[in-house]
Write a protein that binds this ligand. Sequence first.
Ligand SMILES: NC(=O)c1ccc[n+]([C@@H]2O[C@H](COP(=O)([O-])OP(=O)(O)OC[C@H]3O[C@@H](n4cnc5c(N)ncnc54)[C@H](OP(=O)(O)O)[C@@H]3O)[C@@H](O)[C@H]2O)c1
Length: 325
Amino acid sequence: MKPVRLALVGATGLVGRTTLDVLSEWRVPLSALRLFASDGSAGREMEWKGRTYSLERLDHAPADVDAAIFATSRAISLEWVPRFREAGIVVIDHSAAFRMNPDVPLVIPEVNGDALRRHRGIVSNPNCSASVVVIPLAALNRAFALKTVVVDTYQSVSGSGQDALAELDEELADSSHAARVYPRLIAHNVFPQVGPFDDQGLCDEERKVVEELQKMLDRPDLTVFATTVRVPVRVGHSAAVTVECGQPLDRASVESVWLAMPGMIYDPQTYHTPREIAGRQEIFVSRLRIRDNDPHWLQFWAVGDNLRKGAASNAVQILMELFRD
Ligand SMILES: NC(=O)c1ccc[n+]([C@@H]2O[C@H](COP(=O)([O-])OP(=O)(O)OC[C@H]3O[C@@H](n4cnc5c(N)ncnc54)[C@H](OP(=O)(O)O)[C@@H]3O)[C@@H](O)[C@H]2O)c1
């Protein structure tokens, strides 16, 4: 990879800090690094690889940067990503702001890395729930043609950012604490709502899972149902997935397709939990079940680190692809 001059916007957040970890762990060659955060953090210092960086306020698109990773809110991305692009900076955006824009590739490199060739200055990183299921689904789609996908998620609190994690800790410490970030208490609880509901009763995350899977798999015709549930887990999203394929399946064929698929680990012997896989880059797939009386249908369990493959490490993979030698 060519050395890159990188701006990281939202450097102090959960995704921003995980991005710094991944950049360091993977020894990504950066010839310059600029770190941006909110006005409240501007001027504070952050350490990265033994150097001290001063956090900058987002009031300009820097002139001396090749690429930017945006790990902030949708509203900030809507305002600032176009300005960075106009300054000639390639932007990888974590927010939902541009994901469904037809001119913006929505990329998991193992699934649709070719789409990066069509970028026009912005690449979107997918939603963290879609990221956990799309790799095993892409393998099934290529081999057996998906017809119907039903995704039920169990999403961790870090998926909502640092304020939500603080809220979980506050509720655990004080049972009289009132919900502030979430619509209900999250400690010792689960609720089937991730984001606001629309007029058809889907919450924001359910709509994202449906639309983003269709886009990444290049299957706008695919029938997808999603129920997205928040659970009191700190890191790691899980999903129970039910799939109908266009042709009958047998265990050996599905297993060989999954074992050959990059970016995922299939294990027929056990299952994985968020606690065990936090910090890992891969998606972990287990509990394959093929329906006895109709082998067009199968079920599986998938778990992934929402801050890594669901966000930071996928974006760094995209960066490395974009600046490959
Ligand atoms: N968390 C996940 O698992 C995940 C997965 C996929 C995608 N995403 C998306 O990634 C983005 C970041 O998520 P997160 O979980 O890292 O959120 P977070 O922990 O709440 O961090 C938000 C970051 O945005 C910064 N920020 C706030 N206002 C700003 C401003 N006016 N100018 C510049 N920076 C500002 C914050 O800086 P301060 O510290 O100074 O406030 C902080 O660095 C969101 O769009 C989210 O939907 C998150």
